[in-house]
Design a protein around this ligand. Structure first.
Ligand code: AMP
Ligand code: GLY
Length: 422
C-alpha cells in the first residue's frame, strides 16, 4: 500500500514510524514532514489544508491510503475532498470534526446524547456572558467556541479573570474563534485522555494517556501543547473506561450517525475523573501530541491495520493486541517556550541515540540545514520509550534526553510523577 501522512510534528513522526513497521506499507510519504521524518520516509512540500492540492498530490503519487494528523485540515474539509475523489482516508469529515472545531457543538451533542459533562451556557455577546458569570460565580471556565490552537480556554479562579477573558474573546483576541463563547462549570478531579477509533458505528478503545500541559515541574506555570505524556493512565481504570464508553463515547458516536454525519477516525476523549465517575472535558478529532507518541510506541505495526480498518468500516472485526507495558515521552522544547523563543539553534548528539522498538526520539519541530539538525519550533524533540514498568520506560526516556546535546533546549524532569506516586 502507498500511504500518505499529513502533518509535520512529533505526532506524525510517530505515526510514520509505526506505519513503516507494517509490512503492508510499500511506500510512505509525509507532507510536509520534518528533519526526523525525512530520515525514515520521503517528505513532500504540500499545502495540507488545501483539499484540491492534497487530492491531486495523492492521485499523482498513486496513494492508496491517507492518514490526516492535525485538526486544521480536517476542519477545512480535506478528508471530505479526498473521499469525494474516491480515496481511502483516516479522519473525520468537516461536519464530524466540529466535535473539536466548535465547543458549543460538542455541548449540544452531549445534551442530545445525555453524556455527563460540565454545565454550561453558550453566548454570542459579552453582556449576557458576563451576566452568566456573575450569576454562577467563580471558579468558572471561559472558552472560545472555535479552534484557537489550544489557547482559547481560560480556567478562571476568580470572577474578574472570567470577565476579562470574556472581553478579550469578544474583543478579537482569538480571532473568529472567539466570536462565540462557552462558559462552563469548573470541574474538579484528575484529567486523563482516552483514545478510541471509530468507523462511523463501532468504537474501539486503543489506549489511555495523561499529558503534562504546564511548562513547569510539579505541573506549574503557563499552559503548553504538552511537555510529556505517559500511557497507560492509571486513573483511567478499565471500569472507568467502560463507563466513559457507555455513557459518553458510544452515545456521541450514535448521535453523530443519527444526524447523518458519522464519525470516522480517532476520537480523543478528554475526561475529568472524580469519585469513579468520568465527565467529558473536550473532544479532539485527532491524536493528541505528544500522546500519540506513547500510543504508537505501544501499538507498533498494528496501528496501521487498526486505522485502515476504521477507514474501511471494519472495526467490528478488529482487535487490539495489548502488551502489558508502559510508555513515556519527554518533550524537549526551545528555551522560552511557550513564550517567545529563538529558532535555528543546532542540536547535536542525535546520532548517538538508540532507535529500537523500545526507544525512539521523535522530531516535533526540526529542520535540516547544511547537514545539521536545527530547532525550528517551540516543542522540538520527543524522547519516547517503553518498558515493563512506567519507571523503566521513564528511565530509558531520560537516558535519551541526557544524550542529546542542545544547550538551547529544556525539558521537565518529572514526567509521570503523578502515576509514580509523586
Ligand atoms: P480544553 O481545550 O477544553 O481541553 O481545555 C483545556 C484545559 O482546560 C483542559 O485540559 C482542562 O485542564 C481545563 N478545563 C477545560 N474545561 C474545564 C472545566 N470545565 N473544568 C475544569 N477544567 C477545565
Ligand atoms: N496534548 C494535547 C493535545 O494534543 O491537544
Amino acid at each position: 500500500m502507498n500511504i500518505l501522512i499529513l502533518g509535520s510534528g512529533g505526532r506524525e513522526h510517530s505515526l510514520a514510524w509505526a506505519v513503516l513497521q507494517n509490512p503492508k506499507c510499500d511506500k510512505l510519504i509525509v507532507a510536509p514532514g520534518n528533519a526526523g521524518i525525512a530520515q525514515i520516509a520521503e517528505c513532500a512540500a504540500l499545502d495540507i489544508e488545501n483539499g484540491g492540492a492534497v487530492v491531486s498530490f495523492a492521485h499523482d503519487n498513486s496513494i492508496d491510503f491517507i492518514i490526516v494528523g492535525p485538526e486544521a485540515p480536517l476542519a477545512a474539509g480535506v478528508a471530505d475532498r479526498l473521499r469525494e475523489a474516491g480515496m481511502l482516508v483516516f479522519g473525520p469529515s468537516a461536519a464530524a470534526a466540529k466535535l473539536e472545531a466548535s465547543k458549543s457543538f460538542t455541548k449540544e451533542i452531549c445534551d442530545a446524547a445525555n453524556a455527563p459533562t460540565a454545565a454550561y451556557g453558550h453566548f454570542t455577546d459579552a453582556d449576557s456572558a458576563k451576566a452568566y458569570v456573575r450569576e454562577q460565580g467563580a471558579p468558572i471556565v471561559v472558552k472560545a467556541d472555535g479552534l484557537a490552537a489550544g489557547k482559547g480556554v481560560i480556567v478562571a479562579m476568580d470572577e474578574q479573570t472570567a470577565l476579562d477573558a470574556i472581553d478579550d474573546m469578544f474583543g478579537g483576541a482569538f480571532g473568529g474563534a472567539g466570536a462565540e463563547v462557552v462558559i462552563e462549570e469548573f470541574m474538579e478531579g484528575e484529567e486523563a485522555s482516552f483514545f478510541v477509533l471509530c468507523d462511523g458505528e463501532t468504537v474501539l478503545p486503543i489506549g489511555t494517556a495523561q499529558d503534562h500541559k504546564r511548562v513547569g515541574e510539579g505541573d506549574t506555570g503557563p499552559n503548553t501543547g504538552g511537555m510529556g505524556a505517559y500511557s497507560p493512565a492509571p486513573v483511567l481504570t478499565d471500569e472507568i473506561a467502560q463507563i466513559a464508553l457507555d455513557q459518553i463515547v458510544q452515545p456521541t458516536v450514535d448521535e453523530m450517525a443519527r444526524r447523518g454525519t458519522p464519525y470516522q477516525g480517532v476520537l480523543y476523549v478528554g475526561l475529568m475523573i472524580k469519585d469513579g465517575q468520568p465527565r467529558l472535558v473536550e473532544y479532539n478529532v485527532r491524536f493528541g501530541d505528544p500522546e500519540c507518541q506513547v500510543l504508537m510506541m505501544r501499538l507498533g505495526a498494528q496501528a496501521m491495520d487498526l486505522m485502515h480498518a476504521a477507514a474501511e468500516g471494519r472495526l467490528a472485526d478488529a482487535q487490539v493486541n495489548w502488551a502489558d507495558d508502559h510508555a513515556v515521552t519527554v518533550v524537549m522544547a526551545a528555551k522560552g517556550y511557550p513564550g517567545s523563543y529563538e529558532k535555528g539553534s543546532v542540536i547535536n548528539g542525535l546520532e548517538a541515540l538508540p532507535e529500537t522498538s523500545f526507544e525512539m526520539c521523535f522530531h516535533a519541530g526540526t529542520s535540516e540545514s547544511t547537514g545539521q539538525v536545527i530547532a525550528t519550533g517551540g516543542r522540538v524533540l520527543n524522547a519516547t520509550a517503553r518498558g515493563a514498568t512506567l519507571q523503566e520506560a521513564r528511565d530509558r526516556a531520560y537516558a535519551m534526553i541526557d544524550t542529546i546535546d542542545w544547550p538551547d533546549g529544556f525539558c521537565r524532569r518529572d514526567i509521570g510523577w503523578r502515576a509514580l506516586g509523586g
